[in-house]
Design a protein. Structure first.
Length: 122
């Protein structure tokens, strides 16, 4: 049984509990499942929208998060959330475009933007 499948059963039965557990438990959970391919998308989205120390591992590494999830986070969360998204290895053009058109100071993204100068659209 994978970590993702064990967590899936928990999330399916008690989604509201995730919001109520301590910050430290949510942070440890995010670190542990950020790379797990079987992580339920709902859990990944929930953790990715949490405080940045909890959200960061999910935003940086979770392949379960879809472009629509990341774009919504770009539109609604903090500059720190946006920076974590910008640092993803697999950042799509659609998400990069959302970062550029966000109403956020783009100075934190200066180090990340050059990697898109030679990319072709997805």
């Amino acid at each position: 049984m994978t970590v993702g499948s064990r967590v899936a059963g928990f999330v399916t039965k008690w989604p509201s509990l995730i919001r109520e557990v301590s910050r430290e438990i949510r942070r440890k959970l995010a670190v542990r499942i950020a790379d797990a391919p079987g992580t339920p998308r709902e859990l990944a989205v929930l953790l990715a929208n949490d405080e940045i120390d909890i959200a960061s591992p999910m935003l940086l590494r979770s392949k379960v998060l879809e472009d629509v999830d990341l774009i919504e986070i770009v539109r609604t969360r903090s500059t720190q959330h946006l920076l974590a998204i910008a640092m993803r290895r697999d950042l799509s053009t659609a998400v990069a475009d959302a970062l550029v058109v966000s109403k956020t100071d783009l100075a934190p993204f200066a180090a990340v933007l050059p990697r898109f100068s030679s990319r072709t659209p997805d």
